[in-house]
Design a protein around this ligand. Structure first.
Ligand code: TRP
Ligand code: SF4
Length: 325
């Protein structure tokens, strides 16, 4: 039998290249080897976007279209939407009973995310419980492996701690501790040099049209010390180089940059060619998908049903273990 993998992505915005290389590409690569469960974490989106400044439902469609266009095969993997399975909320509640508050207060993403989303009031019970909901997502499916970006390490560690605590308290070995499967791609910078994130307004989205992508790459920061075309550059501090390593010929660019054999304008032009070619089929596929919401609804419904079979069983077993009904 195949091992099971599970991962989720928040529905706070469309998928950008940072999400793609940080996690989604890995999801696609693993879907043959694993019995894969992937989902849109729309309840997680609500922890920070509860004021409805964005439409989570609309984003959910966009993310599902992005995921399929990026290569998730819904016949092979189970692709579903979290909020359609109340079991996630129920398991979150049950796990919240046994999760010590200090464990949550010391999760590093708690403070860093608040910092990133300054201006929003995140002094809420739900936001503090974000990683408990994530633990519920993971433990619900008895996932062997969780493919995520390195930034999620603290959440996986907490998931394991909660699993251990549950097993200890109820004298069981019901939960197994999930392994992480980190992607080894370094964090992709956004156009301003900070990590690519929709909250920084520096992201390149799978949905972006060609003009937008060209504009974004043109404004992207390069080595700030390289003022003249004849100055040698330092690719290690250049955002374009981070992209060249993925899309272009990294070694050649590095050499050309350091020896001033190539200029930044040409370097960007070269990168754009490769980037646009890569993004075109994905963009076309997602456009086709998003224009037919009824079809997307069907896909989501089927995935939800497949996921529900596992979720109801887990929850029934847990209720027996904790002797609640
Ligand atoms: N917190 C994850 C992120 O921001 C999204 C997520 C929610 C998730 N539930 C999950 C990831 C369960 C893996 C497993 O990327
Ligand atoms: Fe960056 Fe390329 Fe310019 Fe070097 S040549 S600084 S890698 S854009």
């Amino acid at each position: 039998m195949k091992k099971r993998s599970l991962s989720g992505i928040q529905a706070t915005g469309k998928i950008h290249l940072g999400n793609y290389f940080g996690a989604v590409k890995n999801w696609v690569d693993l879907q043959n080897e694993y019995d894969a469960y992937y989902f849109v974490a729309d309840l997680h989106a609500l922890t920070t976007a509860y004021e409805q400044s964005i439409s989570i439902k609309e984003n959910t469609y966009e993310v599902v279209a992005d995921l399929i266009a990026a290569g998730i095969n819904v016949n092979e993997s189970t692709l579903f939407v979290q909020s359609y399975l109340p079991e996630h909320a129920e398991l979150h509640l049950i796990l919240s009973m046994i999760t010590p508050l200090p464990w949550l207060e010391r999760v590093p993403t708690y403070k860093s995310k608040m910092e990133e989303l300054k201006g929003r009031d995140l002094n809420t019970y739900g936001f503090l419980g974000y990683p408990v909901l994530q633990a519920a997502d993971i433990l619900m499916y008895m996932a062997d492996a969780v493919p995520v970006g390195k930034d999620q390490a603290p959440h996986l560690e907490l998931t394991r701690e909660i699993a251990r605590r549950f097993n200890f308290l109820y004298k069981t070995n019901f939960f197994k501790e999930p392994e992480d499967l980190y992607t080894d791609v370094p964090v992709l910078p956004g156009t301003d040099g900070r990590k690519m994130s929709k909250s920084y307004d520096n992201a390149i989205f799978l949905a972006d049209d060609e003009d937008t992508i060209v504009k974004k790459i043109k404004t992207m920061f390069t080595d700030p010390q390289r003022l003249r075309r004849t100055d040698p550059g330092n690719p290690d501090v250049c955002g374009i180089f981070a992209f060249q390593k993925i899309f272009g010929q990294g070694a050649k660019v590095e050499q050309g940059c350091k020896s001033a054999a190539i200029g930044c304008v040409d370097c960007k032009k070269e990168l754009l060619e490769a980037l646009l070619a890569f993004m075109k089929p994905i963009r076309e596929k997602r456009q086709e998908l998003i224009s037919d919401k009824a079809e997307l609804d069907k896909i989501i419904l089927l995935g939800n049903e497949k996921a529900r079979r596992v979720a109801t069983k887990t929850l029934d077993d847990i209720k027996k273990i904790i002797r609640i009904n």
